[in-house]
Every structure is written in C-alpha cells, then in structure tokens.
Design a protein around this ligand. Structure first.
Ligand code: AMP
Length: 400
C-alpha cells in the first residue's frame, strides 16, 4: 500500500460477506479479521476509512411484497463488532450513496471509520453501472481494494469504481496483495519441479485450470471423481463412479496436449471403492481401470496415494485444488489426507506450496494442516479463475 494516507479518506472495498445467525450475530468472522490489518494501517497512518461491502444476495431474496429484506441483509449488524475490534469511532450510513452518505464521509476525522450499507441493495452494483460507481467514488480521496473474493466480478464497487482514481490514488489492500503475490509465485517463474494437484468432482469445472497448468507444470496429479472421466477416455471400466461422458473427448484432447508439452500426468493407479456413497458403505480397493459394476471410486487408493506423495516430495513448487475423494466422509478421506501430508512435508523441506480455490481449503482446515502449507488462499472462485490464467476485473482495474 504505497499511498500516504495521512489526512485522506480511504474508500476501502472489503469482503464482509460473513455468515450471521438468526439473531444476526456473526458466526464466522474470518473475512472481517482478514481485512483488519489494512483498515488499522490506514487509521494509524492518519487516514480515515470508508468501508464498502456486500452481504449476501439481497436482490435475489426479496420479501414476498418485492421489497428488500433490509433487516436480514443490512451491514449495520457488524457495527458493534467493528467498534470492539478497531477501538475507533465507527459510523454507519444507511445508504451507500447519496447526500447522507456524502455528509457522513465529509465529516470523518482521521482515525474514524464509516461503514456504508450493503452495496447490493442497489441493482447497479452487480451490473457494474458507471454512474453508481462514480457516486461511490465521490466519497473518498483514494480507493483501496481488499476484497479478493469478489475480484473476478466486474461490479461497481470492486472494479468499475477504480476508473475514477488515478494510479497514484488506488491500490490493493494487504489481503488482496498477499493473494496475488502468492499466486504469482506459482504462475510466474516458479521454482521447478512444479507439481499441480487437481481433484474434485468434475472435469468440466477444472479443464481450464488443467490446461493453464500445462503451460508451467512438470507434473499434474489428477484425483477425485474427475479422474474417472480420464479413465473412460482410456477405455477403462469405472463401474458406477461419477463420470461426465460428454467430457471424455476433452479429457482425451488434454492428455494429448500434455504429451506434446512434455508434462507428466499421473492418474490414480488404484481406487478405494464403495458399494454406495455413504459413510458405512462396504469398501474395496480396485485398480482404477477395472472397477466392477456396482462399485464406485470414492477416493484414490493406497498405491496411488504413495505414488502421488513421491512426486510431491521431490517438488519445489506445489499448487493444489480439489480433494482426492469424498473427504467429507471419513472412510474416503485418506487419499486427501495423504496428499495434504506430503505437501506439508515438502513444505517443511523448503518447497513453496499453495492451496486454493474452494474445497481443498476446507480439507486442509479439516485436517488441521493449514499452518504447514506456505499459503492457503481464501479466494475461492476468484483464486480458481486467477489460477486459470484469466484476468480478474478487480485486479486489472488497479494494475492496469
Ligand atoms: P470441487 O468443488 O470440484 O473441488 O469438488 C469437491 C467435491 O467433489 C467434494 O464434495 C467431494 O466429495 C467430491 N468428490 C471428490 N471425489 C469424488 C469421487 N470420487 N466421487 C464422488 N464425489 C467426489
């Protein structure tokens, strides 16, 4: 954050989309906690902070009479929490644009905070309306984007607004900067060998990721249900495993491209299969290409876990997205656990490791291994798109 915030009003886009219980108490404050360093830094530098965020999807969940359910989706519920954490004056504006918001923003003194009402109360936010963005921009002297989780959306407060600030008056917050720097460590000039571990349910969700990984990986390890579509492409028998027959051609094409690019693809040799998708299913290990009818592959098998771990252990850069099996059910969590442990071990020996984009983050947390990974992204869908090599509107808007 190379801006001098002294005496400035900083308009900060944060992701305060936190879960609330029936009494509107915060049940998981992770997202707010992560934004606090940026807010504190600006306040300590002599600036004031105007916070913008969305909360939920108020326009998709209207009251029966078509009005907005303000009680449920108001950000006002967060004010007491922010006062406690920031130990500063925290004001609230019950509309994020307009006369009152402007007056409150203008009256802010250094060290004070103004929280604006949910930006998604206005349909213009998600439409990326330039006039709405301009009205938001009027509230601050500088713009800081610290909402990496929404960086893949071209919304008014996450991207469009940045055009109203010169390059010297806009920057990323610490959280967003960290996400970008860590992902770039994988995507730009990574230390080799580079291993990408990809799992999860569907080839269709991950094909862009796989294709982008081809441009810099040495090894790609494929687990999860998506592996069975690849086995179909290799004319294997996968029993009742979850497959996408309409992606078999895409899987074949990918394997061909990988060969041409000299990237080694590892599929799980064996699978831990169940007779049904349940925690008390009968289980049996089969070679992944010879799964009998009536059985479904629900995790990578022990031989696959060993060979995946071997590759991971000799890697210098590792990126992981997607579980190796149905890790939510204990009998099918072993493969994911083995991969997580191998990544943790490689990290302790000096490799750089990153886990990002959805369920694998949940897996690492569930296994209590997050601290042993170099970087665990909180970016969800935004990180997935960034790793796919796509431009994220929220990043481009600031970086140019
Ligand atoms: P994704 O969100 O694409 O990373 O997929 C994660 C989901 O894939 C998790 O809910 C897993 O339970 C599921 N999954 C992983 N492996 C399998 C499998 N072999 N069969 C069925 N579902 C799986």
């Amino acid at each position: 954050m190379n801006i001098n915030f002294n005496g400035k009003r900083a308009l900060v886009r944060v992701d305060f989309n936190v879960p609330l219980d029936k009494e509107y108490r915060i049940t998981d404050d992770t997202r707010i906690r992560e934004a606090l360093p940026t807010i504190r830094y600006i306040l300590e530098a002599g600036g004031s902070v105007i916070l913008m965020s969305h909360l939920g999807r108020p326009l998709q969940k209207l009251n029966p009479d078509g009005s907005i359910n303000r009680e449920k989706f108001t950000l006002k519920h967060l004010v007491p929490y922010l006062r406690r954490k920031l130990k500063s004056r925290v004001f609230f504006a019950d509309d994020c644009i307009g006369k009152k918001a402007r007056a409150k923003a203008n009256a802010l003194k250094p060290g004070q905070v103004l929280l604006l009402e949910n930006t998604r109360f206005h349909p213009e936010e998600e439409k990326g309306d330039p006039e709405f963005a301009r009205q938001l921009a009027e509230l601050g002297d500088v713009y800081v984007n610290d909402a990496f989780g929404t960086a893949h959306r071209a919304h008014a407060s996450t991207a469009v607004i940045a055009q109203y600030f010169s390059p010297a008056h806009k920057c990323f917050g610490f959280l967003m900067q960290r996400e970008i720097e860590n992902a770039d460590r994988v995507l730009k000039n990574p230390e080799h060998p580079v291993t990408c571990v990809v799992g999860g349910a569907k080839v269709s969700d991950k094909i862009l990721l796989l294709e982008h990984f081809l441009s810099f990986a040495d090894f790609i390890l494929i687990g999860g249900a998506m592996a069975y579509t690849f086995f179909l492409a290799k004319k294997g028998n996968v029993g009742n495993s979850l497959v996408e027959p309409d992606r078999v051609e895409a899987a074949k094409a990918f394997l061909k491209k990988a060969k041409a690019a000299g990237v080694k693809i590892l599929l799980p040799k064996d699978s831990l299969c169940g007779d049904r998708l349940a925690a008390d299913a009968t289980v049996q290990v089969y070679p992944s290409q010879q799964i009998p009818e009536g059985w479904m592959g629900l995790d990578i098998g022990p031989a696959a876990a060993r060979s995946f771990a071997r590759v991971i252990r000799k890697s210098k850069t590792i990126v992981w997205n997607g579980p190796m099996g149905v890790f939510e059910l204990e009998p099918f969590a072993e493969g994911t656990k083995a991969v997580a442990k191998a990544i943790a071990r490689a990290t302790s020996k000096g490799a750089f490791s990153m886990v990002g984009g959805g369920d694998s983050v949940a897996a690492v947390n569930q296994l209590k291994l997050a601290k042993k990974i170099s970087f665990v992204s909180t970016g969800g869908g935004a990180m997935l798109e960034y790793l796919e090599g796509r431009e994220l509107p929220g990043i481009t808007a600031i970086r140019g």
